[in-house]
Design a binder for this molecule. Structure first.
Ligand code: NAP
Length: 295
Protein backbone atom coordinates (compact mmCIF):
# COMPACT_ATOMS: atom_id res chain seq x y z
CA UNK A 1 0.00 0.00 0.00
CA UNK A 2 1.40 3.40 -0.94
CA UNK A 3 -1.37 5.86 -0.21
CA UNK A 4 -1.14 8.30 2.67
CA UNK A 5 -3.87 7.43 5.18
CA UNK A 6 -6.00 10.47 6.00
CA UNK A 7 -6.52 9.95 9.73
CA UNK A 8 -9.94 11.45 10.43
CA UNK A 9 -9.84 10.41 14.05
CA UNK A 10 -6.82 12.51 14.92
CA UNK A 11 -7.94 15.49 12.79
CA UNK A 12 -11.33 15.36 14.51
CA UNK A 13 -9.65 15.27 17.94
CA UNK A 14 -7.85 18.54 17.08
CA UNK A 15 -11.11 20.13 15.94
CA UNK A 16 -12.98 18.94 19.03
CA UNK A 17 -10.38 20.62 21.25
CA UNK A 18 -10.93 23.89 19.35
CA UNK A 19 -14.71 23.51 19.72
CA UNK A 20 -14.38 22.81 23.46
CA UNK A 21 -12.48 26.12 23.81
CA UNK A 22 -15.24 27.96 21.91
CA UNK A 23 -17.96 26.28 24.00
CA UNK A 24 -16.18 27.19 27.25
CA UNK A 25 -15.85 30.85 26.16
CA UNK A 26 -19.55 31.02 25.25
CA UNK A 27 -20.47 29.34 28.54
CA UNK A 28 -18.39 31.86 30.49
CA UNK A 29 -19.81 34.83 28.56
CA UNK A 30 -23.48 33.84 28.78
CA UNK A 31 -23.66 31.66 31.90
CA UNK A 32 -25.10 28.75 29.92
CA UNK A 33 -23.31 25.93 28.13
CA UNK A 34 -24.33 25.34 24.48
CA UNK A 35 -27.04 22.68 24.30
CA UNK A 36 -28.12 20.03 21.80
CA UNK A 37 -31.60 18.48 21.78
CA UNK A 38 -31.78 14.98 20.31
CA UNK A 39 -34.87 13.10 19.15
CA UNK A 40 -34.41 9.34 18.84
CA UNK A 41 -37.36 7.26 17.63
CA UNK A 42 -37.23 3.49 18.11
CA UNK A 43 -34.38 1.27 19.23
CA UNK A 44 -32.48 0.55 16.01
CA UNK A 45 -28.97 -0.43 17.25
CA UNK A 46 -27.07 1.69 14.69
CA UNK A 47 -29.18 4.79 15.45
CA UNK A 48 -28.78 4.20 19.20
CA UNK A 49 -25.00 3.92 18.87
CA UNK A 50 -24.77 7.06 16.67
CA UNK A 51 -26.79 9.03 19.23
CA UNK A 52 -24.67 7.73 22.12
CA UNK A 53 -21.47 8.67 20.27
CA UNK A 54 -22.80 12.18 19.54
CA UNK A 55 -23.89 12.74 23.16
CA UNK A 56 -20.53 11.51 24.44
CA UNK A 57 -18.73 13.88 22.08
CA UNK A 58 -21.00 16.74 23.24
CA UNK A 59 -20.18 16.07 26.90
CA UNK A 60 -16.45 16.00 26.17
CA UNK A 61 -16.73 19.38 24.42
CA UNK A 62 -18.74 21.04 27.20
CA UNK A 63 -22.03 20.89 25.29
CA UNK A 64 -25.11 19.74 27.22
CA UNK A 65 -27.46 17.31 25.50
CA UNK A 66 -31.12 16.60 26.15
CA UNK A 67 -32.46 13.40 24.62
CA UNK A 68 -36.10 12.73 23.90
CA UNK A 69 -36.55 9.02 23.20
CA UNK A 70 -39.77 7.82 21.62
CA UNK A 71 -40.93 4.25 20.93
CA UNK A 72 -40.73 2.89 17.36
CA UNK A 73 -44.54 3.04 17.13
CA UNK A 74 -44.64 6.76 18.08
CA UNK A 75 -47.10 8.66 15.92
CA UNK A 76 -46.14 11.48 13.59
CA UNK A 77 -47.88 13.85 16.05
CA UNK A 78 -45.77 12.54 18.96
CA UNK A 79 -42.55 13.16 17.01
CA UNK A 80 -43.68 16.62 15.93
CA UNK A 81 -44.54 17.42 19.56
CA UNK A 82 -41.03 16.38 20.64
CA UNK A 83 -39.50 18.69 18.01
CA UNK A 84 -41.74 21.58 19.12
CA UNK A 85 -40.73 20.95 22.73
CA UNK A 86 -37.06 21.35 21.75
CA UNK A 87 -37.86 24.39 19.56
CA UNK A 88 -39.29 26.07 22.69
CA UNK A 89 -36.48 24.97 25.02
CA UNK A 90 -34.12 27.93 25.42
CA UNK A 91 -31.38 25.63 26.76
CA UNK A 92 -31.33 23.68 23.46
CA UNK A 93 -29.48 25.73 20.84
CA UNK A 94 -29.40 22.92 18.29
CA UNK A 95 -31.80 20.10 17.41
CA UNK A 96 -30.96 16.78 15.87
CA UNK A 97 -33.54 14.22 14.78
CA UNK A 98 -31.72 10.93 14.30
CA UNK A 99 -32.52 9.50 10.87
CA UNK A 100 -33.82 7.27 9.47
CA UNK A 101 -37.18 7.42 11.25
CA UNK A 102 -39.10 4.12 11.47
CA UNK A 103 -41.79 5.80 9.32
CA UNK A 104 -39.65 7.20 6.50
CA UNK A 105 -42.68 8.97 5.02
CA UNK A 106 -42.79 11.38 7.95
CA UNK A 107 -39.14 12.48 7.72
CA UNK A 108 -39.70 15.53 5.54
CA UNK A 109 -42.49 16.89 7.75
CA UNK A 110 -40.45 16.31 10.90
CA UNK A 111 -37.37 18.06 9.47
CA UNK A 112 -39.52 21.00 8.37
CA UNK A 113 -40.87 21.33 11.93
CA UNK A 114 -37.37 22.10 13.28
CA UNK A 115 -36.71 25.80 13.89
CA UNK A 116 -34.23 26.64 11.07
CA UNK A 117 -32.12 28.60 13.60
CA UNK A 118 -31.62 25.33 15.55
CA UNK A 119 -31.23 23.04 12.51
CA UNK A 120 -27.65 21.95 13.19
CA UNK A 121 -27.90 19.08 10.69
CA UNK A 122 -28.62 21.62 7.94
CA UNK A 123 -31.48 19.56 6.47
CA UNK A 124 -34.28 22.18 6.73
CA UNK A 125 -35.28 23.54 3.29
CA UNK A 126 -34.51 27.10 4.43
CA UNK A 127 -30.93 26.10 5.22
CA UNK A 128 -30.58 23.97 2.09
CA UNK A 129 -31.74 26.99 0.06
CA UNK A 130 -29.16 29.21 1.77
CA UNK A 131 -26.45 26.69 0.99
CA UNK A 132 -27.41 26.73 -2.68
CA UNK A 133 -27.33 30.55 -2.66
CA UNK A 134 -23.94 30.62 -0.91
CA UNK A 135 -25.40 32.41 2.15
CA UNK A 136 -24.27 31.73 5.75
CA UNK A 137 -26.14 28.66 7.01
CA UNK A 138 -25.72 25.35 8.79
CA UNK A 139 -23.84 23.18 6.30
CA UNK A 140 -24.77 19.46 6.66
CA UNK A 141 -22.21 17.76 8.87
CA UNK A 142 -20.83 15.04 6.59
CA UNK A 143 -20.18 17.31 3.55
CA UNK A 144 -18.71 19.97 5.86
CA UNK A 145 -16.53 17.33 7.55
CA UNK A 146 -15.21 16.07 4.20
CA UNK A 147 -14.18 19.57 3.09
CA UNK A 148 -12.61 20.22 6.50
CA UNK A 149 -10.70 16.93 6.34
CA UNK A 150 -9.32 17.70 2.88
CA UNK A 151 -8.34 21.25 3.93
CA UNK A 152 -6.57 20.12 7.09
CA UNK A 153 -4.79 17.39 5.12
CA UNK A 154 -3.57 20.16 2.74
CA UNK A 155 -5.22 18.59 -0.30
CA UNK A 156 -5.99 21.42 -2.73
CA UNK A 157 -9.63 21.76 -3.75
CA UNK A 158 -9.45 24.96 -5.82
CA UNK A 159 -9.20 23.93 -9.45
CA UNK A 160 -9.41 20.21 -8.64
CA UNK A 161 -11.79 17.95 -10.53
CA UNK A 162 -13.82 16.16 -7.85
CA UNK A 163 -16.09 13.26 -8.76
CA UNK A 164 -18.76 12.50 -6.15
CA UNK A 165 -20.56 9.15 -6.34
CA UNK A 166 -24.01 9.42 -4.70
CA UNK A 167 -26.61 12.19 -4.84
CA UNK A 168 -28.47 11.82 -1.52
CA UNK A 169 -29.81 14.94 0.14
CA UNK A 170 -27.63 14.39 3.23
CA UNK A 171 -24.26 13.64 1.59
CA UNK A 172 -23.67 13.69 -2.16
CA UNK A 173 -25.89 16.56 -3.32
CA UNK A 174 -25.01 19.10 -0.57
CA UNK A 175 -21.36 18.08 -0.94
CA UNK A 176 -21.46 18.84 -4.67
CA UNK A 177 -22.90 22.30 -3.89
CA UNK A 178 -20.35 23.00 -1.16
CA UNK A 179 -17.39 21.95 -3.32
CA UNK A 180 -18.49 24.15 -6.21
CA UNK A 181 -19.01 27.27 -4.05
CA UNK A 182 -16.88 30.35 -4.55
CA UNK A 183 -13.94 30.06 -2.20
CA UNK A 184 -13.81 26.26 -2.44
CA UNK A 185 -13.69 26.36 -6.25
CA UNK A 186 -13.60 22.68 -7.21
CA UNK A 187 -15.07 21.48 -10.50
CA UNK A 188 -17.62 18.82 -9.61
CA UNK A 189 -19.10 15.83 -11.40
CA UNK A 190 -21.97 14.14 -9.54
CA UNK A 191 -22.56 10.47 -10.40
CA UNK A 192 -25.46 8.20 -9.42
CA UNK A 193 -27.00 4.89 -10.45
CA UNK A 194 -28.25 6.35 -13.73
CA UNK A 195 -24.77 7.52 -14.74
CA UNK A 196 -23.65 5.32 -17.61
CA UNK A 197 -20.06 4.23 -17.03
CA UNK A 198 -19.13 5.88 -13.71
CA UNK A 199 -15.49 4.83 -14.29
CA UNK A 200 -15.24 7.16 -17.31
CA UNK A 201 -15.61 10.07 -14.86
CA UNK A 202 -13.69 8.72 -11.86
CA UNK A 203 -10.67 7.91 -14.08
CA UNK A 204 -10.34 11.64 -14.81
CA UNK A 205 -10.75 12.81 -11.22
CA UNK A 206 -8.14 14.39 -8.97
CA UNK A 207 -10.36 13.49 -6.02
CA UNK A 208 -13.04 10.78 -5.86
CA UNK A 209 -15.58 10.90 -3.00
CA UNK A 210 -17.75 7.81 -2.67
CA UNK A 211 -21.09 7.99 -0.79
CA UNK A 212 -23.04 5.12 -2.34
CA UNK A 213 -23.70 2.84 0.63
CA UNK A 214 -22.44 -0.23 -1.28
CA UNK A 215 -19.15 -2.05 -0.64
CA UNK A 216 -16.65 -2.08 -3.54
CA UNK A 217 -18.42 0.67 -5.48
CA UNK A 218 -14.96 2.13 -6.25
CA UNK A 219 -12.37 -0.33 -7.51
CA UNK A 220 -8.70 0.23 -8.43
CA UNK A 221 -9.28 0.23 -12.18
CA UNK A 222 -11.71 3.14 -11.74
CA UNK A 223 -9.10 5.67 -10.52
CA UNK A 224 -6.00 7.22 -12.02
CA UNK A 225 -2.67 6.72 -10.20
CA UNK A 226 -2.17 9.44 -7.58
CA UNK A 227 -5.84 10.28 -7.08
CA UNK A 228 -7.16 11.19 -3.62
CA UNK A 229 -9.99 8.94 -2.41
CA UNK A 230 -12.54 9.78 0.29
CA UNK A 231 -14.69 6.85 1.42
CA UNK A 232 -17.91 8.00 3.08
CA UNK A 233 -19.66 4.61 3.10
CA UNK A 234 -20.38 2.69 6.28
CA UNK A 235 -21.56 -0.85 5.57
CA UNK A 236 -21.97 -3.78 7.93
CA UNK A 237 -20.73 -7.02 6.37
CA UNK A 238 -21.06 -10.41 8.09
CA UNK A 239 -17.85 -11.51 9.85
CA UNK A 240 -18.00 -14.64 12.01
CA UNK A 241 -14.55 -13.86 13.51
CA UNK A 242 -15.98 -10.79 15.30
CA UNK A 243 -17.96 -10.95 18.53
CA UNK A 244 -20.55 -8.67 16.94
CA UNK A 245 -20.87 -10.97 13.92
CA UNK A 246 -20.09 -8.13 11.53
CA UNK A 247 -17.40 -5.61 10.59
CA UNK A 248 -17.63 -2.16 9.09
CA UNK A 249 -16.39 -1.51 5.57
CA UNK A 250 -16.65 1.51 3.32
CA UNK A 251 -17.67 1.83 -0.32
CA UNK A 252 -14.09 1.46 -1.60
CA UNK A 253 -12.22 -1.75 -2.38
CA UNK A 254 -9.62 -0.52 0.11
CA UNK A 255 -6.34 -2.42 -0.41
CA UNK A 256 -6.08 -2.27 -4.24
CA UNK A 257 -7.33 1.33 -4.34
CA UNK A 258 -4.87 2.36 -1.59
CA UNK A 259 -2.05 0.80 -3.62
CA UNK A 260 -2.79 3.17 -6.49
CA UNK A 261 -4.05 6.34 -4.75
CA UNK A 262 -1.97 9.17 -3.28
CA UNK A 263 -4.18 9.48 -0.21
CA UNK A 264 -7.24 7.67 1.15
CA UNK A 265 -9.58 7.80 4.15
CA UNK A 266 -10.04 4.56 6.13
CA UNK A 267 -13.35 3.14 7.35
CA UNK A 268 -13.79 3.40 10.27
CA UNK A 269 -11.70 6.37 11.36
CA UNK A 270 -12.02 8.55 8.25
CA UNK A 271 -15.06 10.70 7.54
CA UNK A 272 -17.19 9.52 10.49
CA UNK A 273 -15.26 11.34 13.27
CA UNK A 274 -15.33 14.56 11.21
CA UNK A 275 -19.12 14.31 10.87
CA UNK A 276 -19.50 14.30 14.65
CA UNK A 277 -17.01 17.16 15.06
CA UNK A 278 -19.03 19.27 12.59
CA UNK A 279 -22.23 18.60 14.55
CA UNK A 280 -20.51 20.02 17.64
CA UNK A 281 -19.26 22.98 15.63
CA UNK A 282 -22.74 23.72 14.26
CA UNK A 283 -24.21 23.47 17.78
CA UNK A 284 -21.76 25.99 19.22
CA UNK A 285 -22.38 28.23 16.19
CA UNK A 286 -26.17 27.97 16.75
CA UNK A 287 -25.66 28.98 20.39
CA UNK A 288 -23.48 31.92 19.39
CA UNK A 289 -26.03 33.18 16.83
CA UNK A 290 -28.95 32.85 19.23
CA UNK A 291 -27.21 34.56 22.12
CA UNK A 292 -25.40 37.22 20.09
CA UNK A 293 -27.68 37.80 17.09
CA UNK A 294 -26.10 39.92 14.34
CA UNK A 295 -27.09 43.61 14.74
P1 NAP B 1 -28.32 6.89 0.06
O1 NAP B 1 -29.35 7.86 0.48
O2 NAP B 1 -28.66 5.43 -0.04
O3 NAP B 1 -27.75 7.37 -1.34
C1 NAP B 1 -26.82 6.61 -2.06
C2 NAP B 1 -26.52 7.29 -3.36
O4 NAP B 1 -25.52 6.53 -4.04
C3 NAP B 1 -27.72 7.40 -4.30
O5 NAP B 1 -27.71 8.69 -4.88
C4 NAP B 1 -27.45 6.31 -5.34
O6 NAP B 1 -27.92 6.67 -6.63
C5 NAP B 1 -25.93 6.26 -5.36
N1 NAP B 1 -25.38 4.96 -5.74
C6 NAP B 1 -25.56 3.77 -5.10
N2 NAP B 1 -24.87 2.80 -5.72
C7 NAP B 1 -24.24 3.39 -6.78
C8 NAP B 1 -23.40 2.91 -7.80
N3 NAP B 1 -23.03 1.62 -7.86
N4 NAP B 1 -22.95 3.79 -8.72
C9 NAP B 1 -23.30 5.09 -8.68
N5 NAP B 1 -24.10 5.61 -7.72
C10 NAP B 1 -24.57 4.75 -6.78
O7 NAP B 1 -27.05 6.94 1.03
P2 NAP B 1 -26.43 8.15 1.91
O8 NAP B 1 -27.33 8.45 3.02
O9 NAP B 1 -25.97 9.24 1.01
O10 NAP B 1 -25.16 7.41 2.51
C11 NAP B 1 -24.18 6.85 1.67
C12 NAP B 1 -23.20 6.05 2.52
O11 NAP B 1 -22.54 6.95 3.39
C13 NAP B 1 -23.88 5.02 3.43
O12 NAP B 1 -23.01 3.91 3.55
C14 NAP B 1 -23.98 5.72 4.76
O13 NAP B 1 -23.99 4.83 5.85
C15 NAP B 1 -22.71 6.52 4.74
N6 NAP B 1 -22.74 7.72 5.57
C16 NAP B 1 -21.64 7.94 6.33
C17 NAP B 1 -21.57 9.06 7.11
C18 NAP B 1 -20.35 9.29 7.92
O14 NAP B 1 -20.35 10.20 8.74
N7 NAP B 1 -19.29 8.53 7.70
C19 NAP B 1 -22.63 9.98 7.14
C20 NAP B 1 -23.74 9.76 6.31
C21 NAP B 1 -23.77 8.62 5.51
P3 NAP B 1 -29.51 6.89 -6.98
O15 NAP B 1 -29.84 8.25 -6.42
O16 NAP B 1 -29.54 6.86 -8.46
O17 NAP B 1 -30.22 5.78 -6.30
Amino acid sequence: MSARILDGKSLAADIRREIADDAAKLHAATGLAPGLGVVLVGDHPASRSYVTAKEKACAAAGIRSRELTLPAHASRQDILAAVRDLNQDATCDGILVQLPLPDAASEREVIEAIDPAKDVDGFHPVNVGKLVLGLPTFVPCTPQGIVELLRRAAIPLAGAHVVVIGRSSIVGRPLSILLSQKGVDATVTLCHTRTPDVARFTQQADIVIVAAGRPNTLRAEMIRPGAVVVDVGVNRVPDSTRATGYRLVGDVDFEPVAAKAAAITPVPGGVGPLTIAMLLRNTVEAARRQRHPPA
